[in-house]
Design a protein around this ligand. Structure first.
Ligand code: CAA
Length: 262
């Protein structure tokens, strides 16, 4: 386990777990915490044979209660732009992290918390999770990608309504609108569920999973012919891997594949 000031990083089987750990501010993201998160991502990317990364918050009340309001309150326009850029760059690093990233949302995920979760590939949450982009209540707009990623995930009109009103989105509604893929029953650990999901991902071809993530995340905003060309290239690249040889041989010989991630 590596302890940064406001973030911890540990390995659980084939999955790394990053925990935002700033309980006195409900895990709100100040610039020091964003720095820690960036460092933890770099360190996690060096883990050998990593099949998934999980991001969660410490405690059972909050995933991340947003960007840090006391820090933002003192910022000039230029400092605010730098802060938004810092947040966006860290979240882009999650979106393009080589292995799949699962957000295990364990309570409040407001503002920067919803934005952090949306940069992950998969979001699962506890029954007490609360999402939302309440920035307009503070006289600002989302600055860590919320206006863009929420619209892409749930549709522009629904995103407008959530952002313009700044209202809370319950776990049940988040599942209904496609913001999360699973809400855990009350009392079940969202981290355990994320580790179980990572375990399922760990059983299939590791290189294929990484290339599938790239095919989706690097091309989601491209024109379809460009995106399909990228998919063809990555599909063809799979044919140069030991995992492809093993996966197809195992199928044809009716045995379980033993993937090496090469
Ligand atoms: N920034 C800084 N501190 C925060 C915080 C935040 N986003 N959220 C909570 N805290 C602090 C509180 O100030 C409080 O500190 P003190 O004990 O020192 O007073 C502590 O965490 C506990 O919070 P509450 O007492 O408010 O707890 P609660 O249970 O009554 O309410 C809550 C929980 C509904 C999440 C409430 O804390 C809240 O509304 N937080 C702010 C949510 C928000 O507006 N987030 C968006 C931020 S803007 C943003 O994210 C911009 C962007 O896109 C870049």
């Amino acid at each position: 386990m590596t302890d940064f000031e406001n973030v911890t990083l540990e390995l659980r089987g084939h999955a790394a777990v990053i925990t935002i750990n700033r309980p006195k501010a409900l895990n709100a993201l100040n610039s020091a915490t964003l720095d820690d998160l960036a460092e933890a991502l770099v360190e996690a990317s060096t883990f050998e044979d990593l099949r998934a990364l999980i991001i969660t918050g410490s405690g059972d009340k909050a995933f991340v209660a947003g960007a840090d309001i006391s820090e933002m309150a003192e910022m000039s326009c230029i400092e605010a732009e730098d802060f938004a850029l810092q947040g966006q760059e860290v979240l882009n690093g999650i979106e393009h992290f080589p292995a799949p990233v699962i957000a295990a949302v364990n309570g409040f995920a407001l503002g920067g918390g919803t934005e952090l979760a949306m940069a992950c590939d998969l979001i699962i949450c506890s029954s007490n999770a609360v999402f939302g982009q309440p920035e307009v209540k503070l006289g600002v707009i989302p600055g860590f990608g919320g206006t863009q990623r929420l619209a892409r995930l749930v549709g522009a009109m629904r995103a407008r309504e959530i952002i313009f009103t700044g209202r809370n989105v319950s776990a049940a509604e988040a599942a209904e609108i496609g913001l999360v893929i699973r809400v855990l029953p009350e009392g079940e650990s969202v981290l355990d569920a994320a580790i179980a999901m990572a375990g399922k991902i760990a059983r299939v071809g590791p290189v294929a999973v990484r290339l599938a993530k790239r095919a989706i995340n690097e091309n989601v905003d491209s024109a379809l012919p460009v995106a399909l060309a990228a998919e063809r290239t990555l599909f063809a690249l799979c044919m140069s891997t030991d995992d492809q040889t093993e996966g197809m041989d195992a199928f044809l010989n009716k045995r379980k594949a033993e993937f090496q991630g090469r």
